[in-house]
Design a protein around this ligand. Sequence first.
Ligand code: NAD
Ligand code: ZN
Length: 604
Amino acid sequence: MIPARYGASRFPGKLMQDLGGKTVIIRTYEAAKNTNLFDEVYVVTDSDVIYKEIETNGGKAIMSKKTHESGSDRIAEAVENMDVDIVVNVQGDEPFTSKKGLQQVLEVFKGEDADSIDLASLMTEIDDWKEISDPNCVKVITDKDDFALYFSRSPIPYPRDKNADVKYYKHKGIYAFRKEALMDFYHLPMRSLEAVEKIECIRYLEYGKRIKMAVTNTQGVEIDTPEDLVEANKLLKKEDKKSVNNKFRNFPMVPKVVFGSGSFDQLLEILAPQRQENAPFVFLVDDVFENNKALTDRIRLRFNDKLIFISADEEPATAQIDQIVKEITSEFKKKPSGIIGVGGGTIMDIAKAVSIMLTNEGSAADYQGWDLVKNKAVYHVGVPTISGTGAEVSRTTVLSGPIRKLGINSDFTPFDQVILDPQLTLGVPKNQWFYTGMDCFIHCVESLNGTFLNAFSQSYGEKAYDLCKEIFVTQSISEEEARAKLMMASWHGGMSIAYSQVGVAHAMSYGLSYVLGTKHGIGNCIVFNHLEEFYPKDVVLFKEMVETHDIEIPKGLCANLSDRQMDKMIDIALSLVPLWENALGDNWQTIMTKGKLKELYLKM
Ligand code: NAD
Ligand code: ZN
């Protein structure tokens, strides 16, 4: 039984976090199942989201009451009416649960003293005083036959004699109970020792039960904090590197693209073969065009087609996607023939996400991560009206969710069709032109200077970089030519990161955006301005461009942040492991510490 509560006080929603392309809870479930030690494996949860996650992945889940004092209570409720002898409790946040540890805890019931054992659990020797004195680490002491004497958050035993030879053991949260012991636990009230230490297994001792401990040296990673998640992803990556199948990415590209000034007028013709009876095309259009009749007239709605204006004032959010999908599905019986996004990166991402969510159930937040989307999206078309993000060509749609800012990265995300019409970018205000254009420049810099670079990324990255220089530095071309070239630079920049990754500026910009709502393009500029240390020659070039075009870069954004905001910003930035690995290599954590990040943010 895997008790899985959605809200965890230290790291809410941690079980639904991404761990190498699957959620933490799925990893744990599969690990337990793959041991082949159990007749049945269940996740017991208070959360619809987790329940669905397990069910849709072919696992077994049981809903329990919301209010339980502990994981043991939760599984006790679930097994109360089941006919079982031994129940094993595997923590939901232990995705690397090994067969060895579980085997050990079950072996205990085969020993000579089995009859006198009510439950069994595991412990690992620790010798680092920092860990021994850490109250988050529960210590256990045993008698000569390895029965637990006491569990505590204090160091036990207390080392009055510093030279005495004593071993310290950390308790690991894996239990095997006889059903009667578990039911007793469920029905007996908590007593004072358990209450004060906040360690549930003390209840067994307080009622005279016998807990047999087995020593294990398997190193699990428990996900208690965002840093643990970073560690876990690293561990997984190491394992992944060993498997050849994961070595080369196989990703889809946009299959159809039309380019040219005025090409937008071909839209109707392009859509016609995709139209299904009674199924509308839904146009999601940046509301900057709301009073621009010249543009909206060119969209030429037919039959029950629908145009929805959408504001790009804020970064796209999962709740917003859910809302738009609801609006569409409640108005139309049939799924739309297609979704057409007309606008900047914001609208591109919204169009991609909406087309995915029309064929996949639940909330967009359920799909933030890598390859979580199950069904092919509705046909979707991207028509960019500002250039730089590469969102028109990428395999992701970046969304702010309840817990994090992360893309829906999947083979179903890219557009089926893109229309690149440089004329559409005519009215973009100068500052915005620069911010979004710099997103492209920064994509190139981060890709070209990253450790993931290969010839594929390099060829696109170099081209886009040169185009950016032509547009923003030498300025030897006409405005019309510059618009066309920036559109292609955006495309190439997007392609460059398809096989690579972005880096320091993006990781930090995501932090700004999550906490302060700073928009992507401007956020990148704010950050990049201070990254001489990482991208020396390109930051110099960037500053030159800022000056040439007389662009304002806001300053002092982080000066008045509360500690909590700053911590959150740092957490968000640090959780983007692949970005840091690309930028700084495998040992990035020794370079980019929390302190270092804070110092950088304060400069901004
Ligand atoms: P945007 O879409 O937020 O638009 C910026 C501003 O320009 C808005 O006010 C918009 O109304 C206005 N605008 C757009 N076209 C215009 C036009 N033709 N005339 C006048 N005004 C116009 O800006 P953006 O920089 O293109 O996109 C940023 C978004 O893209 C962020 O949400 C970011 O997360 C996302 N992004 C996604 C990817 C990806 O691969 N999916 C990559 C990079 C960025
Ligand atoms: Zn970007």
